[in-house]
Design a protein around this ligand. Structure first.
Ligand SMILES: *Cc1c(COP(=O)(O)O)cnc(C)c1O
Length: 395
């Protein structure tokens, strides 16, 4: 059995999305900027995709810029807004748990003359709103806070944050790459100025995404050249990708409510199954996306768990990155203050509408044995001893 539970890393292209894209690798190969009929035909499909993406977000089509994905969208939003700003404000606020596309971009700007505040989170991943409010000053140019976290699934109160910042004349960006398609988004209610989405996190292909830019928000292009995308992003459009993103957005809007209930039930089944059957297990994060379970198993390494899960056909990811031979816990779990012995043994399971109950039960069946075996050979000082003689798992 092959069980894919790494949907926060990337998702399968939906069959409907693939079908919608196919003609644009064949018959419809025109350049949307061309005057002749080959171009015009294709241009109309790009317009339609722009409407579909706008509809998913409660936006207008002229507020959507197609990009090559989430990382480009985040860079364009943050650098583009700051560069276009005439106020002379030099302070950026973000959080300690952002995706690298925002975190590294903000730190790069700090190295180039901006002041940066990274707001902390507590043990449950909840954002410190008091600190955020205190950090808003007359010098603050931009607030960039993710809508939902890719590692833990924790959802931030974006509407509230946006209202606080907008009242002070601050531009607000949110990385909604994990939220789009999983949470209802209505930009008529939530006054953010800039919002990033990425195709491959919602069953469209990799290498396409969109940036929402509210009417009246000024951004400077980061890729200069032709007049595509209203002069905000040069380069001949990735037409098949854009058409796929449009169809994926439409599918998400149609099925979200129903599929979320099903996915949440499966995620909760997995969570309960693992907590009940594996001792020393703890969930990381509260108030989460319906599809995400980040769970730590004390005294063992996430990487080893992943290898053993892979042997039984299960794909997940871990909260530590194996870099230069040392296992460094993720910046997200570190920001949450997850203790060393737990952070190292963290695994992220992220579901999609394509997962089934049988798949979840397959994981619940195999996980206790994996945890027991790894604890027996635990390298952590005191780890093996602490668990020696105890039955760590019930199954
Ligand atoms: C995946 C991801 C990105 C990056 O998107 P790409 O399309 O892979 O560049 C940015 N932010 C979050 C929260 C993500 O999960």
């Amino acid at each position: 059995m092959n069980v894919y539970l790494d949907n926060n890393a990337t998702t399968m292209v939906a069959p409907e999305v693939f079908a919608a894209m196919q003609p644009f690798f064949g018959e419809f190969y025109g350049n949307p900027s061309s005057m002749h009929r080959f171009g015009g035909q294709v241009g109309r499909h790009v317009d339609r995709a722009r409407q579909q993406v706008a509809d998913l977000l409660g936006a207008e089509p002229d507020e959507i810029i197609f990009t090559a994905g989430g990382s480009e969208g985040d860079n364009l939003a943050i650098k583009g807004a700051l560069e276009a700003m005439k106020s002379g404000r030099r302070h950026i606020i973000t959080t300690r748990v952002e995706h690298p596309a925002v975190r590294v971009t903000c730190r790069w700007l700090r190295d180039h003359g901006f002041r940066l505040t990274e707001i902390p989170v507590d043990r449950e991943g909840t954002l410190d709103m008091e600190r955020l409010e205190e950090a808003l000053t007359p010098d603050t140019a931009l607030v960039s806070v993710m809508w939902a976290n890719n590692e833990t699934g924790v959802v931030f109160p974006i509407e509230h944050i946006a209202r606080l910042a907008k009242a002070r004349g601050i531009v607000v960006h949110t990385d909604a790459v994990q939220a789009a398609g999983k949470l209802p988004i209505d930009l008529k209610q939530v006054p953010v100025d800039l919002l990033t989405i990425s195709g491959h996190k919602l069953h469209a292909p990799k290498g396409v995404g969109a940036l929402y830019v509210r009417r009246g928000t000024r951004i400077t292009p980061q890729i200069h050249g032709g007049h595509q995308e209203g002069g905000k992003r040069a380069g001949t459009e990735n037409v098949p990708g854009i058409v796929g993103l449009g169809r994926a957005a439409e599918l998400a809007a149609e099925t979200m409510a129903e599929e979320n209930d099903r996915v949440r039930a499966l995620r909760d089944r997995l969570e309960q199954g693992l907590l009940q059957n594996c001792a020393g297990a703890q969930v990381n994060g509260r108030n989460r996306l319906p599809n995400t379970l980040n769970i730590s198993f004390e005294f063992i390494e996430g990487e080893s768990i992943l290898l053993m899960l892979d042997e039984v056909g299960v794909a997940a990811s871990s909260g530590s990155a194996c870099s230069s031979g040392s296992l460094e816990p993720s910046h997200v779990l570190r920001a949450m203050g997850v203790p060393f012995t737990l952070a190292h043994g963290s695994v992220r399971f992220s579901l999609s509408r394509y997962n089934t109950e049988q798949e979840i039960d397959h994981v619940i069946e195999h996980m206790p044995g994996i945890v027991t075996r790894l604890r027996e050979i635990s390298p952590f000082v005191g780890g093996a001893a602490a668990w020696a003689g105890k039955s760590t798992c019930n199954v």
